[in-house]
Design a binder for this molecule. Sequence first.
Ligand code: HGA
Length: 612
Amino acid sequence: MCGIVGYIGYREAWPIVLKGLKRLEYRGYDSAGIALMNNSGQHIYKKAGKVAVLEEFAEAHDKSGTSGMGHTRWATHGVPSDRNSHPHTSNNEKLSIIHNGIIENYATLKEELTNRGHEFKSDTDTEVLIHLIEEIQEIEQIDLLEAVRLALHEVNGAYAIVIMDKEHPDRLIAARKGSPMVIGVGNGEYFIASDATPIIEYTKNVIYLKDGEIALMTREDLLIKQLDNVIQTPLIQELELKLEMLEKGGFDHFMLKEIYEQPRSIKDCMRGRIYPEEGKVQLGGIKEFAEKLKNIDRIIIVACGTSWHAGLVGEYLIEEYARIPVEVEYASEFRYRNPIITEKDVVIAISQSGETADTMAAIEMAKERGATIFGICNVAGASIPRLTHAGVYTHAGPEIGVASTKAFTAQVTVLTLMAFYMAQQKGTITTSKLIELLTELDHIPEKIQVALESNDLIKEVAEKIKDSTNCLFLGRGSGFPVALEGALKLKEISYIHAEGYPAAEMKHGPIALIDEEMPVVFIATQNSSYEKVISNIQEVKARKGKVIAIVTQGDTEVKKMADYCIEIPDANEAFLPLIATIPLQLLSYHIAVMRGCNVDQPRNLAKSVTVE
Ligand code: HGA
């Protein structure tokens, strides 16, 4: 959350920073701001609202300058407003800062600084940090880099910051702890950003700043040191990202593009990992732990939001095929409990961005207690893959729509592969069974393609229920996490209150909500719980609920009772979540569009949740 971009070089900074902020808008869109340095000094433009509002506001102003920095905000401290927008300046306005994260001890620091005469212009935690830096620099009479280093020793919390100094317009200073930062290395220029998307069209050479590092960039040079003052030798890596991946490619929204990308993203996720003819799964990322997997006691999956739903699917699959007990935990709860973790546990941390703050904290705790940690992430080089012992990337490509779609199905694909891999290592599955399952899995992308073909019908269903105020999603077995994910998608982007429930639990509460106004979406495919789900549908119909059912192609039973049926291709129960999720994504998408909601940037949400 919160996007950061900085530039110092020979080009005009404004267009680079502005375009970068648009790319990072998925991280927050409460406000945006840019600071530029030119011959007439420092110019700061900031506005509540989206980057486009800032762009319009700055239209008639001086936007020249070859160094600058910008921020797109997801507010934590202080309402979204012009005054709380970043960049923030120091007491004498000499220094300016942009920040992603939370300064947890800001209140104490602010009180102390106020007592010493500092006047604050915003309600943010961020402004406190830049005042502190300025004060340390003045008292100690040291250069800015050293003042930043000393100030960072006094703050608790998380940060990715960029600082500019009016007196040294030829420098940018950056630092990180807990929030991501990438430096782009050009010829006579440096870029800095929360992720590589603002950098990609200028250079492919990047350095991922590590936690506890500070960087000093001039046009010619880069110096990186640790908070304890030890100079680091930066590792320059080559980006694999392509520019086309960041564009809508003819779709109205990124979310729709990403829904339609799923046949390809799942194929990419499986490439080189499954060998159907041999009945073999290869996961290079966790190969080192193949022996260990034979003797583990338990798997704990930690995740948040949609990734947590993927974890529930993983629980079904790992227990079914590898016969290892699995617990699925919300990272935010797990980290603050005193969970029992031993060296014989494997913790699987799932996060699209690889930066989720709560998941990172859960990993650190489990690591300290001796567990082996695997990661399932989408963004290469992110913090979680660097924190874990081993892991498997989802390879879904950049996901820009804030509501996760292709990242979810790719996470489920990786968990499916992990379940089969563990079963293979433990000998809980025969080669002939694996040949059968992998042969089918190999064709799942084609079945997803078929599921996508129901788009027009789904649009018609969306039209019928778009004005509802509530909606229930019910499923059993691995259809339950699909129901949870369907409900989450709907509430995230259309603001309709939606609940996902195990279908049988309905009669322990939610059934009281059912009347003719209540749409109930059932995952009613022909699998082991088909008959039971049919009974649940009857119970809803008996109370005049409106039933929308996701059914197996050719189904006749459910069709007799449901108001609307959406067919998906038949598949083994293990692969049901990969296919049944597709119509629910499309349903939410169309409802949100019909309700005039901002599908790609739903209110109050942002991607890459780098704050607790
Ligand atoms: N705490 C700062 C930055 C917010 C942030 O990083 N959100 O993810 C603020 O509220 O402005």
